[in-house]
Each structure stands twice: as structure tokens, then as C-alpha cells.
Design a protein around this ligand. Structure first.
Ligand SMILES: NC(=O)c1ccc[n+]([C@@H]2O[C@H](COP(=O)([O-])OP(=O)(O)OC[C@H]3O[C@@H](n4cnc5c(N)ncnc54)[C@H](OP(=O)(O)O)[C@@H]3O)[C@@H](O)[C@H]2O)c1
Length: 237
């Protein structure tokens, strides 16, 4: 696809990976980018960037967003939340919030945007998932489950959206050096590099995008020996 002619919408655009995605969409020549954020004062100040208030825990804001971005052709579902806790001690209310934001909110967002993108002649939806969609890690039990659910949703929706002229892309990054992993000792890639990998994969029409060196290496192992990835992420390998 030609990214420069798209009209993108990026969720979670105020910081982390989402902020870099907006920057690099502009670098790739888009005329306008919608930057969705809970606090719109956090998004990049640029005449090409249109801030839109958006909270994945607020269905009314999800329903309102497509009306405020009526010329959208590309939706990048980037926003997400994660809490670290051990599986038997994790607060179930916290796990419920992870499912609400990372699965239910994502699901609502896609359903809200499909009619808009379809009416604009079709386009693309990108779900930023995780390697943890494919194999869980115990300190992020709720997050891993929510991202696995989002991966399943991606598979379910792909043929349905294809019939409406919308391609659905799953992104499976490894660790990214953002607030989400602050203080966690793990291999991490700079968010600018991950954003570049996502947009390169999208431009190449890749359905499953492994946007950084760690995820590319792990994907090779996963295709051939998924149990070894499970063991590696469990911390006992
Ligand atoms: N960091 C990693 O190691 C890693 C690895 C694999 C995949 N990912 C995925 O990459 C994506 C970007 O993550 P990141 O690393 O940039 O994380 P981050 O730095 O923690 O940023 C999270 C973003 O999501 C937004 N967000 C959180 N809850 C929200 C809600 N209820 N409604 C709307 N927006 C909400 C945040 O907005 P506020 O500023 O308002 O909080 C922020 O913009 C996520 O989908 C994440 O799961 C990250």
C-alpha cells in the first residue's frame, strides 16, 4: 500500500510507540494524521496532526471517534495497558481492566471504524499485538491473555473485513523501550525502530508484522517450535 496517500488514525498517540507512529506517518508524507489520546494536550503540536479525545474504557468516546475522523482510511490500534503481577496474586479487577482496554476496547474500536473506512473506499486496520499474544509470560498473565484474545479477534475479523475492502494486519513486537517496560530487565528495541518496522511491514502488505530484530528472531523459533517459546517466556528455559 501507499502510506503517503492514506488518512491515518493512531490510538494512544500521546507517548510511547504511538507518538513515534504519528511522527513517522508524517515523515512518510501523509497530509493529515488523527492522533487519539486520553489527554489530547500530550499529542504532537503540528498543523497536520488532529488531536481527538479517546478512551478505550469509555464506549461513548469510542463511538464518537469515527464521526470526528470521517475521512479515515487507516486505523492503527496502538493503545494498550499492562500491569505486572504474579498469576496467583494478581488483582482480578486489574486483569478485568486489561481485558476491557486491550480486548473489548479494541473490538469496539474496530466495529466503530469499519463503516467509515468502508465508506471511504476501503483501507487498512493495524492491531498492535505482542509476542505475548503467541505465548504467555507469568508476570504479565492478564496482559498476555488480553493480547492473545486480541490476536484471536484479529484472525476472526480478517476474512470478514477483507470482504469489505479492509485488510487487517497483526503486529507482534518484542520488548520496546517505553514506559510499559520501564524498570524491567528485558531485551528492548527503541520505539522509533519498532514504528519504522511496523510501517515498512504495512507498506509491504504484510499480514503478520514482526517489526524488530527480537520479534523476527523469536518468530522463526515460534513457527518451528512453539513449545520452546512458551518455555522461554515462562522463565524456566
Ligand atoms: N512496550 C513493550 O515492550 C511492548 C511490547 C510488545 C507490544 N507492545 C504494544 O505496543 C503498543 C504501544 O505500547 P507502548 O510500549 O507505547 O506503551 P506505553 O508507553 O505504556 O503507552 C501506552 C499508550 O496506550 C494509551 N492508553 C492506555 N490506556 C488507555 C485507555 N484506556 N484509552 C486510551 N489509551 C490508552 C496510553 O495513553 P495515556 O498516555 O493516556 O496513558 C499510551 O499512549 C501497545 O499495544 C503494547 O501492548 C508493547
Amino acid at each position: 500500500m501507499d502510506i503517503s496517500t492514506s488518512t491515518p488514525v493512531v490510538t494512544g498517540a500521546g507517548r510511547g510507540l504511538g507518538r513515534h507512529l504519528v511522527d513517522q506517518l508524517l515523515d512518510r508524507g501523509v497530509a493529515k494524521a488523527y492522533a487519539l489520546a486520553r489527554d489530547t494536550s500530550t499529542v504532537r503540536h503540528d498543523p497536520r496532526v488532529v488531536p481527538v479525545q479517546f478512551d478505550l474504557r469509555d464506549p461513548a468516546s469510542i463511538e464518537a471517534a469515527p464521526r470526528l475522523t470521517a475521512d479515515a482510511t487507516l486505523l492503527i490500534n496502538n493503545a494498550s495497558t499492562a500491569v505486572f503481577s504474579t498469576p496467583l496474586e494478581a488483582e482480578l479487577d486489574v486483569v478485568r481492566t486489561e481485558m476491557e482496554v486491550n480486548f473489548e476496547g479494541l473490538y469496539r474500536t474496530i466495529r466503530a471504524f469499519v463503516p467509515v473506512i468502508e465508506a471511504n473506499g476501503g483501507g487498512q486496520i493495524v492491531n498492535v499485538l505482542s509476542l505475548l499474544s503467541l505465548a504467555s509470560t507469568p508476570p504479565m498473565t492478564g496482559y498476555s491473555a488480553s493480547k492473545a484474545a486480541a490476536h484471536s479477534l484479529t484472525q476472526a475479523l480478517r476474512p470478514v473485513l477483507a470482504a469489505r475492502g479492509i485488510t487487517l494486519h497483526g503486529v507482534y513486537p518484542g520488548g520496546i523501550d517505553t514506559d510499559m517496560l520501564a524498570g524491567i530487565d528485558a531485551p528492548k528495541t527503541a520505539p522509533a525502530e519498532v514504528a519504522g518496522g511496523i510501517l515498512a511491514g504495512l507498506a509491504a502488505d504484510q499480514e503478520d508484522i514482526f517489526p524488530d530484530p527480537n520479534s523476527q528472531a523469536m518468530s522463526q523459533v515460534w513457527w518451528t517450535d512453539p513449545k520452546s517459546v512458551e518455555r522461554a517466556f515462562s522463565g524456566v528455559a
